[in-house]
Design a protein. Structure first.
Length: 223
């Protein structure tokens, strides 16, 4: 059975209220936090109600899935902004640069090179977040903490528009220390953007300085 169209709209209102509450506790303005509605695995018909409610910022994990869904959605609805929040293969860099308005998963020199070439070819500068493996987990993507300074130097030398850092903390343990470390790293490197926090922990992330939160199941239900 299809979910009623009112359900995602009510979930959006609930998430926005939680963001506003977390911002009030942290003495931040809700407008300082961008809510990325993570629509991976969700069909266009599940996304349209949120667009109808006025939401314009969405995130996808895979280039191919985004190519299948978003051109038609963008043709039908003005002002949509699409962020790539999943791992990116270097051979998909050109497709990503053409399709996305921001990429959150720069994590290695080879991808940096591919993105620089893709942006030069497209004549388009796409803002980037450097993904940091904040919990030093071998199974996860992201730049090692020890490699972050050199990767940032390389991005600067290549003229790429890095606007912040992104992380996914280890599952099953308190996220706050990892978010605090991310905020410190961003401050240390003069980066304003902090892409951190998902459905289970975005309020903590907001209170620790997140500028972009990536929320899927709290908006769309379980995958």
């Amino acid at each position: 059975m299809n979910e009623p169209a009112s359900l995602p709209i009510s979930l959006l209102a609930a998430v926005n209220a939680r963001i506003a509450n977390a911002c009030a506790i942290a003495r931040r303005a809700p407008s300082d936090v961008a809510l990325i509605a993570v629509s991976k695995t969700k069909p266009a018909e599940a996304i349209v109600p949120l667009i109808g409610a006025g939401h314009r910022l969405f995130g996808e994990n895979r280039v191919q899935e985004a190519q299948d869904k978003w051109p038609a959605l963008r043709e039908a609805h003005a002002g949509l902004e699409l962020h790539l929040i999943g791992q990116l293969q270097s051979n998909k860099a050109e497709d990503a640069v053409r399709l996305f308005d921001c990429i959150h998963s720069l994590d290695r020199p080879s991808l940096l090179t591919a993105l620089a070439r893709a942006m030069d070819k497209a004549g388009r500068q796409v803002p980037l977040f450097v993904q940091v493996n904040i919990g030093d987990e071998p199974q996860k993507g992201g730049c090692a903490l020890s490699d972050l300074p050199s990767l940032l130097v390389e991005t600067h030398q290549a003229g790429l528009p890095v606007i912040g850092l992104m992380c996914v903390p280890p599952a099953g343990i308190e996220a706050a220390p990892f978010f605090a470390l991310m905020a410190k790293l961003a401050d240390d490197h003069g980066l304003a953007g902090r892409s951190m926090g998902m459905s289970d922990d975005f309020e903590t992330a907001v209170m620790l300085g997140a500028t972009h939160i990536r929320v899927g199941s709290a908006l769309f239900g379980a995958r």
